[in-house]
Design a binder for this molecule. Structure first.
Ligand SMILES: [Fe+2]
Length: 283
Protein backbone atom coordinates (compact mmCIF):
# COMPACT_ATOMS: atom_id res chain seq x y z
CA UNK A 1 0.00 0.00 0.00
CA UNK A 2 1.24 3.46 -0.87
CA UNK A 3 0.16 4.94 2.45
CA UNK A 4 -0.20 4.03 6.11
CA UNK A 5 -3.60 3.48 7.78
CA UNK A 6 -3.89 3.75 11.56
CA UNK A 7 -7.26 2.57 12.84
CA UNK A 8 -8.89 4.61 15.63
CA UNK A 9 -9.71 2.98 18.96
CA UNK A 10 -13.41 3.79 18.37
CA UNK A 11 -16.18 2.08 16.38
CA UNK A 12 -15.13 3.83 13.13
CA UNK A 13 -12.40 6.12 11.88
CA UNK A 14 -8.80 5.84 10.68
CA UNK A 15 -5.90 8.20 10.09
CA UNK A 16 -4.01 8.05 6.83
CA UNK A 17 -0.42 9.23 6.48
CA UNK A 18 2.25 9.05 3.83
CA UNK A 19 0.38 10.92 1.08
CA UNK A 20 0.64 14.50 -0.14
CA UNK A 21 -2.87 15.31 -1.34
CA UNK A 22 -1.73 18.47 -3.10
CA UNK A 23 0.02 16.22 -5.66
CA UNK A 24 -1.87 14.13 -8.26
CA UNK A 25 -2.91 10.69 -6.98
CA UNK A 26 -2.68 7.54 -9.10
CA UNK A 27 -5.71 5.39 -9.97
CA UNK A 28 -4.27 2.69 -7.73
CA UNK A 29 -3.98 5.02 -4.73
CA UNK A 30 -7.49 6.41 -5.30
CA UNK A 31 -8.87 2.87 -5.42
CA UNK A 32 -7.05 1.97 -2.17
CA UNK A 33 -8.33 5.15 -0.51
CA UNK A 34 -11.88 4.30 -1.57
CA UNK A 35 -11.53 0.89 0.07
CA UNK A 36 -10.21 2.47 3.29
CA UNK A 37 -13.03 5.03 3.27
CA UNK A 38 -15.67 2.29 2.89
CA UNK A 39 -14.07 0.16 5.59
CA UNK A 40 -13.34 2.79 8.25
CA UNK A 41 -16.21 5.14 7.24
CA UNK A 42 -14.32 8.25 8.42
CA UNK A 43 -10.77 8.88 7.22
CA UNK A 44 -8.50 11.71 8.36
CA UNK A 45 -5.47 13.06 6.53
CA UNK A 46 -3.48 15.24 8.95
CA UNK A 47 -0.66 17.60 7.98
CA UNK A 48 -1.76 18.39 4.46
CA UNK A 49 -1.37 21.79 2.82
CA UNK A 50 -4.24 22.25 0.42
CA UNK A 51 -5.47 25.16 -1.66
CA UNK A 52 -9.15 25.36 -2.58
CA UNK A 53 -8.23 23.92 -5.97
CA UNK A 54 -6.46 20.99 -4.29
CA UNK A 55 -9.61 20.33 -2.24
CA UNK A 56 -11.69 20.38 -5.42
CA UNK A 57 -9.29 17.99 -7.16
CA UNK A 58 -9.38 15.58 -4.22
CA UNK A 59 -13.19 15.68 -4.16
CA UNK A 60 -13.44 14.87 -7.86
CA UNK A 61 -11.25 11.76 -7.50
CA UNK A 62 -14.24 10.09 -5.86
CA UNK A 63 -17.23 11.32 -7.88
CA UNK A 64 -19.06 14.42 -9.02
CA UNK A 65 -19.82 17.31 -6.72
CA UNK A 66 -22.97 16.93 -4.63
CA UNK A 67 -25.86 19.39 -4.78
CA UNK A 68 -25.54 21.75 -1.76
CA UNK A 69 -28.81 23.69 -1.70
CA UNK A 70 -28.62 25.77 1.51
CA UNK A 71 -25.03 27.02 1.64
CA UNK A 72 -23.59 30.00 -0.16
CA UNK A 73 -20.37 28.95 -1.89
CA UNK A 74 -17.14 30.84 -1.27
CA UNK A 75 -16.10 33.31 -3.93
CA UNK A 76 -14.65 31.71 -7.05
CA UNK A 77 -15.35 28.13 -5.93
CA UNK A 78 -18.94 27.13 -6.61
CA UNK A 79 -18.77 23.83 -4.71
CA UNK A 80 -16.90 24.87 -1.57
CA UNK A 81 -18.79 26.13 1.48
CA UNK A 82 -17.17 27.80 4.47
CA UNK A 83 -18.09 26.22 7.81
CA UNK A 84 -17.08 29.07 10.05
CA UNK A 85 -17.65 30.60 13.44
CA UNK A 86 -16.25 33.81 14.86
CA UNK A 87 -14.55 33.82 18.25
CA UNK A 88 -17.31 35.77 19.96
CA UNK A 89 -20.30 34.57 17.96
CA UNK A 90 -23.43 34.08 20.07
CA UNK A 91 -25.57 32.07 17.62
CA UNK A 92 -26.04 28.35 18.36
CA UNK A 93 -23.28 26.01 17.07
CA UNK A 94 -24.10 25.03 13.49
CA UNK A 95 -25.20 21.40 12.92
CA UNK A 96 -24.88 20.30 16.53
CA UNK A 97 -27.42 17.55 15.94
CA UNK A 98 -27.08 13.95 14.74
CA UNK A 99 -27.70 13.76 11.01
CA UNK A 100 -26.32 12.52 7.74
CA UNK A 101 -25.77 15.18 5.11
CA UNK A 102 -28.70 16.15 2.92
CA UNK A 103 -30.62 12.92 3.64
CA UNK A 104 -33.78 14.71 2.49
CA UNK A 105 -32.51 14.47 -1.10
CA UNK A 106 -33.50 11.66 -3.44
CA UNK A 107 -29.86 10.66 -3.90
CA UNK A 108 -27.97 12.20 -0.96
CA UNK A 109 -24.20 12.78 -1.15
CA UNK A 110 -21.99 9.71 -0.69
CA UNK A 111 -19.29 11.67 1.08
CA UNK A 112 -18.50 14.94 2.75
CA UNK A 113 -14.98 16.38 2.84
CA UNK A 114 -13.93 18.97 5.44
CA UNK A 115 -10.57 20.70 5.44
CA UNK A 116 -9.44 22.44 8.62
CA UNK A 117 -7.99 25.91 7.99
CA UNK A 118 -8.40 27.70 11.32
CA UNK A 119 -8.74 25.12 14.07
CA UNK A 120 -9.22 26.12 17.73
CA UNK A 121 -6.84 24.55 20.27
CA UNK A 122 -9.78 23.10 22.23
CA UNK A 123 -13.21 21.63 21.42
CA UNK A 124 -14.95 21.42 18.06
CA UNK A 125 -14.62 17.65 17.64
CA UNK A 126 -16.75 16.21 14.83
CA UNK A 127 -18.71 13.32 16.33
CA UNK A 128 -19.69 10.21 14.40
CA UNK A 129 -21.97 7.21 14.90
CA UNK A 130 -21.32 3.90 13.16
CA UNK A 131 -24.77 3.07 11.76
CA UNK A 132 -23.72 -0.44 10.75
CA UNK A 133 -22.70 -1.33 14.30
CA UNK A 134 -25.86 0.30 15.70
CA UNK A 135 -27.94 -1.98 13.48
CA UNK A 136 -25.81 -5.11 14.04
CA UNK A 137 -26.27 -4.84 17.81
CA UNK A 138 -29.90 -3.69 17.78
CA UNK A 139 -32.39 -5.72 19.85
CA UNK A 140 -34.71 -7.83 17.71
CA UNK A 141 -37.87 -6.09 18.94
CA UNK A 142 -36.63 -2.62 17.90
CA UNK A 143 -35.37 -3.95 14.59
CA UNK A 144 -38.78 -5.53 13.90
CA UNK A 145 -40.40 -2.12 14.40
CA UNK A 146 -38.31 -0.46 11.65
CA UNK A 147 -37.82 -3.42 9.31
CA UNK A 148 -39.40 -2.72 5.93
CA UNK A 149 -40.53 0.77 7.01
CA UNK A 150 -39.81 4.02 5.24
CA UNK A 151 -38.58 7.12 7.06
CA UNK A 152 -39.81 10.53 5.89
CA UNK A 153 -36.88 12.96 5.62
CA UNK A 154 -37.13 16.73 5.28
CA UNK A 155 -34.88 19.77 5.63
CA UNK A 156 -37.71 21.84 7.12
CA UNK A 157 -36.47 21.79 10.74
CA UNK A 158 -33.27 23.54 9.67
CA UNK A 159 -33.66 25.32 6.37
CA UNK A 160 -37.35 26.27 5.94
CA UNK A 161 -38.32 29.91 6.65
CA UNK A 162 -39.55 28.80 10.11
CA UNK A 163 -36.60 26.40 10.63
CA UNK A 164 -33.64 26.75 12.96
CA UNK A 165 -31.61 28.66 10.33
CA UNK A 166 -34.60 30.51 8.84
CA UNK A 167 -36.16 33.89 9.56
CA UNK A 168 -35.54 33.65 13.28
CA UNK A 169 -31.84 34.20 12.55
CA UNK A 170 -32.43 37.39 10.59
CA UNK A 171 -30.75 39.51 13.26
CA UNK A 172 -28.32 36.89 14.52
CA UNK A 173 -24.55 37.21 14.33
CA UNK A 174 -24.08 33.87 12.53
CA UNK A 175 -21.03 34.16 10.29
CA UNK A 176 -21.91 31.15 8.13
CA UNK A 177 -23.76 31.95 4.93
CA UNK A 178 -26.93 29.85 5.07
CA UNK A 179 -29.75 30.25 2.56
CA UNK A 180 -33.14 29.16 3.86
CA UNK A 181 -35.90 28.34 1.41
CA UNK A 182 -39.51 27.20 0.95
CA UNK A 183 -38.13 24.16 -0.88
CA UNK A 184 -37.01 22.81 2.52
CA UNK A 185 -40.61 21.78 3.22
CA UNK A 186 -40.29 18.99 0.61
CA UNK A 187 -40.12 15.40 1.85
CA UNK A 188 -38.29 12.30 0.63
CA UNK A 189 -38.55 8.75 1.91
CA UNK A 190 -35.67 6.34 2.50
CA UNK A 191 -35.76 2.90 4.15
CA UNK A 192 -34.62 2.86 7.81
CA UNK A 193 -32.51 -0.22 7.01
CA UNK A 194 -30.58 -0.01 3.76
CA UNK A 195 -27.95 -2.08 2.04
CA UNK A 196 -24.88 0.06 1.49
CA UNK A 197 -24.72 0.55 -2.28
CA UNK A 198 -21.00 -0.26 -2.48
CA UNK A 199 -20.34 -2.79 0.28
CA UNK A 200 -23.75 -4.52 0.34
CA UNK A 201 -23.75 -4.41 4.16
CA UNK A 202 -26.99 -3.60 5.96
CA UNK A 203 -27.02 -0.43 8.04
CA UNK A 204 -29.29 2.20 9.51
CA UNK A 205 -29.86 5.38 7.57
CA UNK A 206 -30.59 8.74 9.19
CA UNK A 207 -31.97 9.84 12.55
CA UNK A 208 -34.70 11.91 14.14
CA UNK A 209 -34.15 15.46 12.99
CA UNK A 210 -34.02 15.24 9.23
CA UNK A 211 -36.38 12.26 9.74
CA UNK A 212 -39.71 13.86 10.62
CA UNK A 213 -42.08 10.88 10.47
CA UNK A 214 -42.68 7.30 9.41
CA UNK A 215 -44.58 6.41 6.25
CA UNK A 216 -48.02 4.90 6.97
CA UNK A 217 -47.84 5.62 10.71
CA UNK A 218 -49.63 8.33 12.70
CA UNK A 219 -47.49 11.29 13.74
CA UNK A 220 -47.68 10.20 17.38
CA UNK A 221 -46.79 6.54 16.77
CA UNK A 222 -44.10 7.50 14.29
CA UNK A 223 -42.55 10.00 16.69
CA UNK A 224 -42.35 7.40 19.45
CA UNK A 225 -40.60 5.00 17.10
CA UNK A 226 -38.15 7.72 16.02
CA UNK A 227 -37.38 8.58 19.66
CA UNK A 228 -36.83 4.91 20.56
CA UNK A 229 -34.56 4.47 17.54
CA UNK A 230 -32.66 7.67 18.37
CA UNK A 231 -32.07 6.53 21.94
CA UNK A 232 -30.61 3.27 20.68
CA UNK A 233 -28.42 4.52 17.87
CA UNK A 234 -26.90 7.48 19.74
CA UNK A 235 -25.43 5.41 22.58
CA UNK A 236 -21.79 6.06 23.44
CA UNK A 237 -20.55 2.66 22.26
CA UNK A 238 -21.44 3.58 18.67
CA UNK A 239 -19.76 7.00 18.82
CA UNK A 240 -16.37 8.20 17.66
CA UNK A 241 -15.02 11.72 18.30
CA UNK A 242 -12.72 13.07 15.61
CA UNK A 243 -10.23 15.61 16.94
CA UNK A 244 -9.14 18.35 14.58
CA UNK A 245 -5.83 19.90 13.73
CA UNK A 246 -5.01 22.65 11.27
CA UNK A 247 -4.39 21.39 7.73
CA UNK A 248 -6.29 18.14 8.33
CA UNK A 249 -8.66 16.81 5.68
CA UNK A 250 -11.53 14.62 6.83
CA UNK A 251 -13.74 12.54 4.55
CA UNK A 252 -16.68 10.43 5.70
CA UNK A 253 -19.28 8.10 4.23
CA UNK A 254 -22.72 9.64 4.68
CA UNK A 255 -24.33 6.29 3.91
CA UNK A 256 -22.84 4.53 6.92
CA UNK A 257 -22.40 7.14 9.65
CA UNK A 258 -24.27 9.92 11.40
CA UNK A 259 -22.32 12.98 12.44
CA UNK A 260 -22.73 16.01 14.67
CA UNK A 261 -20.76 19.17 15.31
CA UNK A 262 -19.71 20.00 18.86
CA UNK A 263 -18.81 23.22 20.66
CA UNK A 264 -16.35 23.97 23.44
CA UNK A 265 -14.23 26.52 21.55
CA UNK A 266 -15.91 29.82 22.44
CA UNK A 267 -13.40 32.64 22.11
CA UNK A 268 -11.63 31.10 19.10
CA UNK A 269 -12.26 31.59 15.40
CA UNK A 270 -12.90 28.41 13.44
CA UNK A 271 -12.90 27.91 9.66
CA UNK A 272 -13.22 24.73 7.63
CA UNK A 273 -13.88 24.33 3.91
CA UNK A 274 -16.43 21.72 2.87
CA UNK A 275 -17.33 19.86 -0.28
CA UNK A 276 -19.73 16.99 -0.89
CA UNK A 277 -19.33 14.08 -3.29
CA UNK A 278 -22.46 12.97 -5.13
CA UNK A 279 -23.60 9.38 -4.88
CA UNK A 280 -24.62 7.50 -8.01
CA UNK A 281 -27.02 4.71 -8.82
CA UNK A 282 -25.08 1.43 -8.56
CA UNK A 283 -26.08 -1.44 -10.77
FE1 LIG B 1 -23.42 17.74 8.33
Amino acid sequence: MAFKVTESAGPCGATISGLDLSKPLSEEVISQLRKAWLKYKVIAFPEQSLTNTDLENFTLYFGDYGDDPYFEAIEGHDHIAAICRDANEASPIFAQVWHTDWSFQKLPPAATCLYGITVPPVGGDTLFINQQKALDEMPDDLRARIDGKLAIHSARGGYAPDGAYGEREKNSDRSMKIIYSEQAYATQTHAFIRRHPETGDEMLYGALGYIIGVQDMSQKQGHQLLVDLYEWQTQKQFQYAQKWSSNMLLMWDNRSVLHSASGGYQGYDRLLHRTTIADRIYS
